[in-house]
Each structure stands twice: as structure tokens, then as C-alpha cells.
Design a protein around this ligand. Structure first.
Ligand code: DSN
Length: 477
């Protein structure tokens, strides 16, 4: 198999290089760079060669707006097979009554979910006419009323600096503009979600949509409690599990920690801890299925058939016992990483983790997140800066660095190696000083990394990485 994969990619890059060599070169270089760095971006992973190869085919050439068996283009029989299979695998994997595998990204999935919730829950004669396709009966005044009704619905979601996502009602995002929004945060002392505070806000605000889920919260959520809150105030519970879908599929998050049985609508990406192709998906209870199904072409452009095919392959991989073991290791490794920081006196938001990520507060190193991210990159450690709750440095410079274990766990790193990763990170940050601006004042961006540290850390990382090669057996000729 290794030689087949090596020869497939070698030949593919030759074909690509014969047309645009710079693209072939960048693709080769990306593999080399990924192989040589410690990738700790919590939202990234390494998809299997089977998933990657599935994306590089002529399925990409087909337009297939609509849904299975109900397309706006002729000749979609094979795309129907692909989409139906991906949806079937997704339903089985997550125990969901309905799955929509067309969204191109997590943000697209959330937009489809928002539209489906509005269409399903707003009791508007105008909307009913629109759904019944009698749109020509609507006057300009009707449209005006409809826009007012749709545009003023209420959404309550977790704030960005507490770990929520942009699409959970962040003001500058479309979700914070199309909805009348309010946000819940985390406890200022513990950094933890306080369900009583969420419930109190929900009672007062009475949202149509209660959004749960996160991009940078290092803890699990009790979705039964969130559903209770939603039910009490008559809200729809929408869960964005983009970050932890792999932990749900891998049965690490079960019972109240699995959102799928509790949420009316669950959205996700497919490329993070789930380790599939870059893309999105919506899972829903039956009552929302017809509205979600209208995602394309009412919200989305034509589905990417080659990516839906790769989703089917990834879901087939995710139902194996190997994937379950992998997911458990992702969570175990995050604990090792967190312990590695705590034993070296570094500060973590919430004091630790019980999912796949840790949020390191770099204030105690005298750095901004931006300085820390850049210094770590110099040493071959790829992370992303991230706001911490009530961050004094805002969302651009930040005071934190977010670190996740899904990618390096795919490479095979384990407990002791993640402790070593924490040691290397602390070594870099302890040897980094904030720089100055051109005018000589304090800078939030520039930094000075002590001589020799980057090379020393790179050499130590190389020892870890060489033991766990990325795509072992893949040799480009
Ligand atoms: N870009 C994703 C992440 O890094 O969490 C969220 O959009």
C-alpha cells in the first residue's frame, strides 16, 4: 500500500508540475514543513491518504445543487450515491436521525442551521408562502415585514473570549448582526461555564436560539443541562461540536457530554478531531430535516461532491475501534500536556483540560499571545494565539496560546512525549523577551528569542518527530 500511495502522489505531482511547477513545489514543501514541525493547532489534524486521495478526482467536476434524488442538474446519479452514503455513515456514527453533508465549512454549516431554525420556528404567513414557493404572491411590503421578522430574532451564545466561536453571536460576525444577540461567558474566578448564569440570562433574554459549543474552551459541556435551559425558555438548542466531533464519534464524550441526542440541531466541521476532509455537516432531529435540506441552493453554493465522498471515507474510518483508541489518546495526551505545563508553573485557563485542547495564558512570561506564537514558530512549534477570558490585549494580540493534541496524536505521540512538548514550549517562552516598537516603546508584536534556543528546541523536536513520521511510507520520488 505504501508504494502505491508514494507512486500515486509522485505521479500526481509530476502531472501538476508539468502545468504549474510552483504549485507542485509548494505542495511538496508543505509536506516537508508539516513533517518537520510540532503541529499543535487545536483545529487541525492529518487526514488519512485514503481521505486525501478521495478528494482528488473528477467528482469535483459535477454540479449537484439540491439534495439526493432532487437535483437542479441532470446526471447526478453518482453524486447521489456518494451523498447518500456519506449521510448514512454520519447518521450511524453519531446516532443522529438526520445528516446533511453538503456544507463546505463549519461556518457554512452554522448558516444552514440558523436558516433552518428560523424557517422552522418563525410563525410567519410570509415565510410559509415562501416555503410553499408562492413567492410571487408576496408584495414588497410583505418582504419588508419578513425581513424585519427574520432579522430580529434572538440568539444567546458563548462569547468569543470565553472560548465561543465567531458565529455564536460575536457582534462583528454575520451571526451578531442578523440576530439580536447576547452572550454568556465563563466564571471570572474558575474560567468554567456556569450553567446557572446561562439559565438566568436565557430566562431574561428568551432567545429563539441557544448556542452551545466552543473553539477554545478546554472543558466538556453537560448538554442535558443546556437542553433543560433551552426547553425552559422555549429556545432551540443548537450545538456546534466542530472541535470535539472526533471525541463524540470516538465515544470519549458519552452520556450528557454527547450533544447529538440533546440538541435540536448539531453542526460540525469534518477536519478537526474527526480527521476527515476540510468541510462541514449538520445533524438534526427529524423536525428540522426538511428545513436543513434546503441548505443548497438557498444558503450554500453547489456541494463539493469529491469532498462529500471523502467525508464518507472518513466516517467509515471513524467507526473503527482504532479511531476510538485514537480519540481516547487525544484526550489523555491533552491531560499530559496540561500537567506538563502545570508542573512547570505555567498558567492554564480553567487550570487544566478534559478535552483535546489547553489554553495557555502567557501573561506570566511577560508576553502577548502574538509574541508567544511567533517565537514558538521560530522554534518549529506551530500554534495559534488566542484570547483568554476578558483579555486585556484583545482578539488580535491576545494573551493566550491555544494548543491541541489531535494532530500529534495522529502521528503517534503519547504521554511522555506530550510532557516533553510542554517542556519545549516553556523553554521557548522563558527565553523570549518582548521587543520594542520602532519608536522605542513597548511592542505587543515584536519579540527577542535568545540565541540558540530555536535550534536547540528544533533538534529536540526532531527526535520526537523522527520517532513518529508523518505519512510513514510516503516517499515522493
Ligand atoms: N478556525 C477554527 C478554529 O481554529 O477553531 C474555527 O473557525
Amino acid at each position: 500500500m505504501d508504494s502505491l500511495i508514494s507512486s500515486a502522489y509522485t505521479q500526481a505531482l509530476e502531472v501538476i508540475g508539468s502545468i504549474e511547477p510552483r504549485i507542485a513545489d509548494a505542495t511538496r514543501q508543505e509536506l516537508a514543513d508539516q513533517r518537520a514541525s510540532l503541529k499543535l493547532i487545536a483545529s487541525e489534524n492529518y487526514a488519512s491518504p485514503a481521505v486525501l486521495l478521495t478528494m482528488g478526482t473528477w467528482l469535483s467536476d459535477k454540479y449537484a445543487e439540491g439534495t439526493v434524488g432532487h437535483r437542479f442538474y441532470a446526471g447526478c446519479q453518482n453524486v447521489d450515491t456518494v451523498e447518500a452514503l456519506a449521510a448514512e455513515h454520519a447518521r450511524e456514527l453519531f446516532g443522529a436521525p438526520y445528516a446533511y453533508v453538503q456544507p463546505h465549512s463549519g461556518i457554512d454549516a452554522n448558516l444552514v442551521a440558523f436558516w433552518a431554525i428560523l424557517a422552522n420556528r418563525i410563525e410567519s404567513p410570509y415565510l410559509q408562502k415562501m416555503q410553499a414557493k408562492n413567492v410571487n404572491e408576496l408584495t414588497e411590503a410583505d418582504w419588508e415585514t419578513l425581513r424585519g421578522e427574520l432579522g430580529n430574532q434572538r440568539l444567546l451564545g458563548m462569547s468569543l473570549d470565553a472560548g465561543g466561536h465567531l458565529t455564536h453571536g460575536f457582534r462583528p460576525n454575520i451571526s451578531g448582526k442578523m440576530f439580536h444577540q447576547q452572550q454568556y461567558g465563563t466564571d471570572p474566578e474558575t474560567g468554567l461555564l456556569d450553567y446557572d448564569v446561562v439559565a438566568a440570562k436565557a430566562r431574561e433574554f428568551k432567545p429563539l436560539v441557544l448556542v452551545a459549543g466552543y473553539s477554545a474552551y478546554p472543558r466538556r459541556i453537560d448538554f442535558a443541562k443546556m437542553r433543560e435551559i433551552a426547553d425552559e425558555v422555549g429556545a432551540v438548542l443548537m450545538v456546534d461540536m466542530a472541535h470535539f466531533a472526533g471525541l463524540v464519534a470516538g465515544k470519549v464524550f458519552t452520556g450528557n457530554e454527547n450533544p447529538v441526542p440533546f440538541a435540536h440541531v448539531t453542526t460540525t466541521t469534518t477536519h478537526k478531531s474527526l480527521r476527515g476532509p476540510r468541510g462541514g455537516m449538520v445533524l438534526a432531529q427529524e423536525e428540522f430535516a426538511a428545513d436543513v435540506d434546503r441548505g443548497c441552493p438557498m444558503v450554500l453554493g453547489g456541494p463539493l461532491s469529491h469532498v462529500m465522498a471523502a467525508k464518507a471515507v472518513a466516517f467509515a474510518e471513524a467507526r473503527t475501534s482504532q479511531f476510538q483508541a485514537y480519540s481516547q489518546q487525544v484526550a489523555d495526551n491533552a491531560k499530559s500536556l496540561a500537567e506538563g505545563f502545570l508542573t512547570r508553573d505555567a498558567n492554564l485557563v480553567t487550570g487544566g483540560t478534559d478535552n483535546h485542547l489547553v489554553l495557555l495564558d502567557v501573561t506570566s512570561f511577560g508576553l502577548t499571545g502574538r509574541q508567544a506564537e511567533s517565537a514558538l514558530l521560530d522554534a518549529g512549534i506551530v500554534t495559534n494565539r488566542n484570547a483568554v477570558p476578558a483579555d486585556p490585549n484583545g482578539a488580535w494580540y491576545t494573551s493566550g496560546v491555544r494548543l491541541g493534541t489531535p494532530a500529534l496524536t495522529t502521528r503517534g505521540l503519547g504521554h511522555d512525549e506530550f510532557d516533553k512538548v510542554a517542556e519545549l514550549i516553556v523553554e521557548v517562552l522563558s527565553n523570549t523577551q518582548p521587543g520594542t516598537t520602532k519608536a522605542g516603546g513597548p511592542s505587543k508584536a515584536s519579540y527577542v528569542l535568545a540565541d540558540g534556543v530555536a535550534d536547540r528546541v528544533k533538534a529536540e523536536s526532531a527526535e520526537l518527530l523522527d520517532k513518529h513520521p508523518l505519512y510513514p511510507g510516503l516517499v515522493l520520488g
